[in-house]
Design a protein around this ligand. Structure first.
Ligand code: AMP
Length: 189
């Protein structure tokens, strides 16, 4: 079982890289953002609950997010692990993930941190807004997502560093070069 947690700011390329790695390592991408967007588009109860938070660039409450991840990681295609993208985003989520994986007799094996300069991030998010038409990729929401990231998610870097699983990857490189670095990091576990 291998659990890989991709961390990095919004726009760092976690989703792009998770999709590339999924095929290579035969582990499914588990993206909480994608799961929320899927629920939004299907107009499920969970989608309705998440919408207001997503529109503001706030985090969906931990209990809701954690139970969604529990359900997803319990599915058959995650039997060998997964590539987590966008989860955990708070220390409470990271604790919950450790407990959940312990139930599966697993643990977080490696946490590649895709590190990107901040001005590059905002430019990327604005470009993605044009291409994908994500409603939460507007200037105001982007600013808020950055604030939320720095306040709530960056403490995870020290959390995972202390566990000895954090590995920094230079995310300012072209997609292919970042991918090659990630492959090397994951192949080593
Ligand atoms: P993302 O596609 O990962 O940028 O996520 C889009 C939005 O979904 C975020 O701005 C949050 O509102 C919500 N979201 C995604 N992952 C999480 C998470 N782990 N905890 C709370 N909210 C999340």
């Amino acid at each position: 079982m291998k659990y890989i947690v991709l961390v990095g700011a919004p726009g760092a390329g976690k989703g792009t890289q998770a999709k590339l790695l999924e095929a290579e390592f035969g582990l499914p991408q588990v993206s909480t953002g994608d799961l929320f967007r899927y629920n939004l588009s299907r107009q499920t109860e969970l989608g309705g609950l998440a919408k207001a938070y997503m529109d503001r660039g706030e985090l969906v409450p931990d209990d809701v997010t954690i139970s969604m991840v529990r359900e997803r990681l319990s599915q058959a295609d995650c039997a060998n692990g997964g590539i987590l993208d966008g989860f955990p985003r708070t220390l409470a989520q990271a604790d919950a993930l450790d407990k959940l994986l312990a139930e599966f007799a697993g643990s977080v094996n490696v946490v590649p941190y895709i590190k990107v300069e901040q001005d590059v991030l905002v430019k990327r998010l604005l470009r993605r807004a044009e291409i994908e038409g994500r409603t939460d990729d507007n200037q105001e929401t982007i600013q808020n997502r950055m604030r939320v990231y720095f306040a709530q998610t960056t403490p995870l870097l020290d959390f995972y560093r202390a566990k000895g699983v954090l590995v920094e990857v230079n995310g300012d490189q072209p997609v292919e070069a970042v991918y090659q670095d990630l492959r090397t990091v994951i192949a080593a576990i």
